[in-house]
Design a protein around this ligand. Structure first.
Ligand code: AMP
Length: 489
């Protein structure tokens, strides 16, 4: 059964002295609960009503999480936006979501003056909340009420508002707490952004539901993480956290002595990183898979083999299947489209019913990811459907070529893309980071991959373009190398 986030939070607040935020000035659950009441009252005083949107665009802070919970109490729809977005990018969220109130860092206020929205500095809001009463009378809530809208990163086309219900969040957190064995004795090291599902919902809700506490870092840095790690029992990260930690000499078994679980997601963790982390620390990183629209979908097991290069099995209560072009399920081992069904799946894209309809088929959400189950039921992600390379009529899954590249000595990271080619339609091109010779790479791949999968060209780069969650921006690479074969007949 789903555990309700608010009633659990209230229970933890009633338990004496339970700590929410660790640090020199710890914050208890009782203080957190009171702060959410104050913020809920401040929202009401500012005229923000149940069902309306509250947009927040600020640098990472613990108060941003408190505001998310205050919105849950008030029934206000929480809409966090990446603070890295420019005013021009932000404008789309303002016109599309029509927030009743926008809270921003003071430096952004001037830019909003002409946007025709009610805006306020987050600091001023916090000061107002501090003067408000802690007791708030929360309206009744239904499981299908909207809790949040998160916009997709929208690297192509228009960014879409993902509508998440209270039940979407609570059911997923309930499943994860059980699967990952969270308890009130846990201390979660939080170094992720809080405008994205990973840091905002996965990390925060697991801690909240179990009464655990957070070590809350303003941003990821290897030094800050290594300093905090001895006091943590769980860390959640994106793969770049782990590769950057591996570059730090301070990553030792001793530094990780109290950590019972390292979790990775949001982008593929290479088997080489998994192996290197295990060799250095003795810990097998648990990889899971999810997306904004679905919350978490699959996870490697807590007990049992955490299989590198896979994302494990469906979470309890979540159904996952892999289908072919005809929409029928494919045989185990075969690649196809990943579809998801369950209480975790979102309510649709905000004000885009046609787009929503296109991405569902008979109750199943089409993730747009390609994957395959192995004989033991572990799912592997083979990339986004739109990243599939079709060369000379043959399908090449970038993830397969990237895995072969990453296994070669000297390769630190790789990204495989399709580039227009006069003969083949598309040609496989590999962008590689590391001390390597392009021709030697191609030669080494010959006994590992069929000829049509071998990159026509290997390009060595200083680094791969990545977004805040560590995802490689293949759109940027495709754009940059679009004319590579223009002169080829
Ligand atoms: P987002 O909505 O920003 O969380 O992005 C979701 C997408 O990230 C998914 O559709 C996948 O393409 C990708 N993703 C998330 N977790 C993993 C993972 N463990 N391995 C590979 N890709 C992942």
């Amino acid at each position: 059964m789903t555990t309700d986030i608010l009633s659990t939070l209230r229970d933890h607040a009633a338990a004496s002295g339970r700590v929410w935020l660790q640090g020199p000035a710890p914050v208890t659950y009782a203080e957190l609960w009171a702060a959410t009441g104050r913020m809920a009252n401040a929202l009401a005083a500012l005229g923000v009503r149940r069902g309306e949107r509250l947009m927040l665009q600020v640098e990472k802070s613990a108060e941003a999480l408190t505001l998310y919970l205050a919105c849950l109490r008030a029934g206000v729809v929480f809409l966090p936006v990446n603070p890295a977005y420019t005013m021009a990018e932000t404008r789309h969220f303002l016109t599309d979501a029509e927030p009743a109130l926008v809270l921003v860092d003071g430096s952004r206020l001037a830019g909003l003056a002409t946007a025709g929205v009610k805006a306020m500095a987050f600091d001023a809001f916090l000061a107002m909340a501090a003067r408000s009463a802690a007791e708030s009378s929360d309206p009744p809530h239904a499981p299908d009420d909207l809790a949040a809208i998160l916009y997709t990163s929208g690297t192509t086309g228009r960014s879409k508002g993902v509508m998440l219900s209270r039940e979407n969040l609570a059911s997923n957190a309930t499943a994860l707490v059980g699967l990952w064995r969270f308890s009130e004795t846990d201390v979660l090291l939080h170094a992720l952004p809080v405008f994205h599902t990973h840091g905002l919902f996965v990390a925060t809700n697991c801690a909240l539901l179990s009464g655990a506490s957070l070590i809350f870092l303003p941003a990821f840095s290897p030094d800050a993480v290594l300093a905090a790690l001895p006091n943590a029992t769980v860390m959640m990260g994106v793969p770049t956290f782990y590769t950057r930690l591996l570059d730090a000499p301070g990553l030792t078994p001793e530094a990780c002595r109290n950590v019972r679980l390292f979790i990775s997601g949001s982008a593929p963790l290479s088997p080489a990183t998994h192996a290197a982390f295990r060799a250095r620390t003795g810990q097998a990183i648990l990889e899971r898979y999810g997306m904004t629209e679905t919350n978490m979908i699959t996870s490697n097991p807590y007990d049992g083999e955490r299989r590198a290069g896979t994302v494990g099995m469906a979470l309890p209560g979540v159904e996952v299947r892999v289908t072919g072009e005809d929409g029928a399920e494919v045989a185990k081992g075969d690649a196809g489209a990943i579809e998801v069904r369950g209480p975790n799946v979102f309510q649709g894209y905000w004000r885009m019913p046609d787009q929503t309809a296109k991405e569902f088929r008979a109750g199943w959400f089409l993730t747009g990811d390609l994957g395959a189950f192995d004989a033991d039921g572990y799912l592997s992600i083979l990339g986004r459907a739109k990243d599939l390379v079709i060369t000379g009529g043959l399908n090449v899954y970038p993830a397969e070529v990237e895995a072969a590249l990453d296994a070669l000595p000297g390769v630190a990271a790789s990204a495989v893309i399709g580039v227009p080619h006069p003969d083949f339609g598309e040609a496989v091109v590999a962008c590689v980071v590391g001390k390597v010779e392009p021709e030697a790479i191609r030669a080494s791949l010959r006994d590992r991959l069929a000829a049509f999968k071998i990159p026509k060209q290997v390009i060595v780069l200083e680094e791969l373009p990545r977004n805040a969650m560590g995802k490689v921006q293949k759109v940027d690479l495709r754009r940059r190398f679009a004319n590579l074969f223009d002169g080829t007949a």
